[in-house]
Write a protein that binds this ligand. Sequence first.
Ligand SMILES: [Zn+2]
Length: 201
Amino acid sequence: MMQEAGKLRTIQVPGIGEVLLVKRKGARGLRISVSPRRGVSVSVPWLLPYSIAEKFLLSKRQWIMAAIERQARLLQKAEGSGKTASVPEDPAELERMREAARKILVPKLEAATVKYGFTFIGRVAIKNNVSNWGSCSSKGNINLNMRLILLPEHLQDYVILHELCHLRHPDHSPRFHALLDSILKGKERQLVSELRTWRIL
Ligand SMILES: [Zn+2]
């Protein structure tokens, strides 16, 4: 079956500029994302009128403007220290990078699964996405961002272990963090803050 594309609408918001409203079948709630490169977009549930999304957006104007400023600052800092992770524009090069990522990340995930006694029977997908470094679906499939191979190895391991722990706890509950932190020998917070200094571009 073909994947359903989202419906789009662009609006102008004073002080912010162009904002993209994207209707998606899977969207459960209104979600704003702010990126210094891609601008501001709002994910809108399929059946929700655009007018409600617009009202919501306007109510969050101050927050969005602050987020744009904060992100621009973080990006500048990351660029200064070479901590940006981007992918090539050329489609063939992109696929080569994806294959390279698969060859590095999948064996790491498999080794960690065995080492820490996880049961992983789902699929691993190597994604070109800009919203996270990794995710774990309710069906137990794991997505890893192909940009992970641009990070130091201990951060790659951190993301993989984070997603593996979601197989046991599909949330960010205290039990989830307790499990992850014990595997990481008490270094979870340190690794999280180190990962935050990197920007996905
Ligand atoms: Zn998580």
